[in-house]
Design a binder for this molecule. Structure first.
Ligand SMILES: Cc1cc2nc3c(=O)[nH]c(=O)nc-3n(C[C@H](O)[C@H](O)[C@H](O)COP(=O)(O)OP(=O)(O)OC[C@H]3O[C@@H](n4cnc5c(N)ncnc54)[C@H](O)[C@@H]3O)c2cc1C
Length: 561
């Protein structure tokens, strides 16, 4: 394993998590003239949700169509993500930033147009019109990585951030370790942007392998947990998100299929989505998942994606572009014999994950219009924040977060100190699993966490099931002190497993407080099966108080109509 060193670094703005949101934040902070350090536990060239590529960018383009305006978009967000989207924040982090975000994507070398030079847009997920620009974003991530280096941002790849530290209630810095060399980092920054995505590996995977998931399996809520422990308020944590995937292959392709006009049918070959939502297959994602679950429950499964009625040119476009975000999907479909006529692909419901309930909001660190959390110096962006999600908001809002963090850093005269004792304790805590000669492995621990979550709150929840989950997850607390790791890779996984455990508790606690159903099945309380706008239209905010008590409160949001 070699000898491990320690490093003390300083910067103006640190970006924790170099995915789409983080890299856009870095671009903005560098543009504002700050020294920027990006820290990612993988390699920013291919890390995070769009590591394999991406193909839809949601945008209103003011083309003259009534649905294609800023006002229409915001009206739609209010109705579709009612209670989970704060429209004032959405306006600031998305609408105000969109034009520049679209230009930036093209400027760094990724065209949003088709080979014939035209913009091609599709509608799905409850959109009132075709908001989704279908494009080839295979190279978007590597191009963004080139751009942040061009802007002289410093990058620390393969460093897993482990904890955040405050001084007099304001950000001082954070710690991390190199997952290859074991070097320990103490980093002081005037401001940080947390952009570490959502929390995965919390529920049993459709295909059995916990790393073969819809979303990035390396996003394990590490900074949700660290921020929460530092007193940062989180919101929308009760939602458990799912989608429809080809059976045996954990990839979405959802936008692409429904965008091009495919439809779900049951084993009787009956299209069924109109029974669950007036928009049928173009309904918001949670309704599609709900419909699929009901058909399976009623014994009308398996369900299929029926592409047989598509025009030849649409079918050709669909299968030509399906591999943009997951290379091996076309191969998988080919191997199954599906691509020959493009018809009847067997689908199922994906694993749940802790994440946003809608494509137009987020889940995680509660942010305001300036992307700031309640703790001075801590900002958040992308899937890690409660108001941003998906490519469009990670790109637009990521940039906004970097700009605000830079403004904050510029007016902060001095970096705050990191306490020596706390640093020594964290270094000892981080490496302790390597010293244990006996104990449980992260695999055993994580498997139990996953089983508890899957049994008790994915996707059906009740007060009884949530309390049982919390009791069982609480019993695992002692096991955290007995986890052993045989090498640095296992050490990284051990910390991930502990963070998944911590986020599971946060999610179950928030779900217990929301005594209603919203975005079923993402928050389906079988004991409160109806939505209750009167009492629960808003954000469930969960926070650890200075004494250690965990509190929840509802930040009410009001919408017209
Ligand atoms: C297969 C797939 C297809 C998708 N298709 C679309 C689409 O067509 N349109 C759309 O709008 N959205 C789509 N999405 C969603 C979209 O890609 C994400 O919402 C968005 O990219 C999230 O960006 P992010 O920066 O918030 O998170 P990520 O890009 O996931 O970045 C998080 C980063 O944090 C790092 N990290 C995590 N923990 C730590 C730690 N402890 N220390 C240091 N670094 C850490 C990770 O390595 C990663 O680089 C898709 C997602 C997937 C998975």
């Amino acid at each position: 394993m070699g000898s491990r060193s320690s490093h003390d670094l300083e910067t103006d703005v640190a970006i924790i998590g170099g995915g789409t949101a983080g890299l856009n934040s870095a671009m903005a902070a560098a543009q504002a003239g700050c020294r920027v350090l990006i820290v990612d536990k993988a390699n920013i060239v291919h890390s995070g949700a769009i590591a394999g590529g991406i193909d839809h960018f949601m945008a209103f383009l003011e083309t003259g169509e009534p649905w294609d305006t800023r006002e229409a978009y915001l009206g739609w967000v209010g109705s579709v993500a009612r209670g989970a989207a704060d429209l004032e924040v959405q306006e600031a982090v998305y609408c105000d930033e969109l034009k520049e975000a679209l230009e930036r994507v093209e400027r760094i070398g990724v065209s949003l147009r088709q080979p014939d030079g035209k913009i091609f847009r599709t509608a799905a997920l409850g959109q009132p019109g075709p908001y989704a620009i279908n494009f080839d974003g295979k190279k978007l991530k590597p191009k963004m990585a080139i751009e942040v280096r061009r802007r002289k941002c410093r990058v620390l790849n393969r460093v897993q951030v482990t904890n955040l530290y405050l001084h007099d209630g304001e950000l001082a810095g954070f710690t991390g370790f190199d997952i290859r060399s074991g070097d320990f980092y103490r980093i002081r920054a005037k401001a940080v942007v947390i952009a570490t995505g959502n929390t995965n590996r919390m529920f049993n995977a459709q295909v059995g392998n916990p790393f073969n998931l819809w979303y990035c399996p390396a996003n394990t809520g590490d900074l949700h947990r660290a921020a929460f422990d530092a007193g940062v308020a989180l919101a929308n944590m009760e939602y458990v998100r799912m989608t429809i995937v080809p059976k045996g292959f954990s990839t979405p392709g959802f936008n692409a299929f429904f965008g091009m006009g495919a439809q779900l049918v049951n084993s009787l070959r009956e299209p069924f989505m109109k029974n669950y939502h007036e928009m049928g297959n173009k309904a918001p994602r949670n309704f599609i998942v709900w419909g699929a679950l009901q058909e399976l429950k009623e014994g009308r499964g398996p369900i299929y994606m029926d592409c047989g009625h598509l025009k030849a040119k649409d079918l050709e476009h669909l299968f030509r572009t399906l591999g943009i975000d997951k290379d091996t999907l076309p191969e998988f479909l080919l191997a199954k014999g599906y691509a020959k006529d493009g018809a009847m692909i067997e689908m199922t419901v994906s694993e749940p994950m802790q994440a946003r309930p809608s494509e137009v909001c987020g889940s995680g660190i509660r942010i305001g219009r300036d992307c700031a959390s309640n703790v001075p110096g801590i900002f958040a962006a992308g899937d890690a924040s409660d108001q941003m999600g998906c490519l469009h908001m990670a790109t637009a809002g990521g940039f906004a977060a970097g700009r605000h963090a830079a403004a904050y850093a510029k007016k902060t005269a001095h970096r705050r100190p990191l306490a020596t004792k706390a640093m020594a304790e964290e270094q000892a805590r981080v490496f302790r699993p390597l010293e244990r000669k006996s104990g449980s492995t992260y695999r055993e621990f994580e498997t139990i966490v996953r089983q508890i979550c899957s049994d008790h709150f994915g996707p059906v929840k009740t007060e009884l099931s949530l309390k049982a989950a919390l009791e069982k997850l609480g019993r695992l607390d002692a096991a955290r002190d007995e986890l052993k790791a045989d090498n640095l890779h296992e050490l990284m996984r051990t910390h991930e497993a502990m963070n998944i455990h911590a986020v599971s508790k946060i999610s179950a606690t928030a779900a217990l407080a929301r005594r209603e159903t919203r975005f079923p099945p993402y928050h389906y309380r079988a004991d409160y099966p109806l939505s209750d706008d009167e009492n629960f239209c808003g954000l469930m905010v969960i926070q650890k108080q200075p004494g250690g008590d965990v509190t929840t409160r509802l930040d009410k949001l009001r919408y017209a109509g």
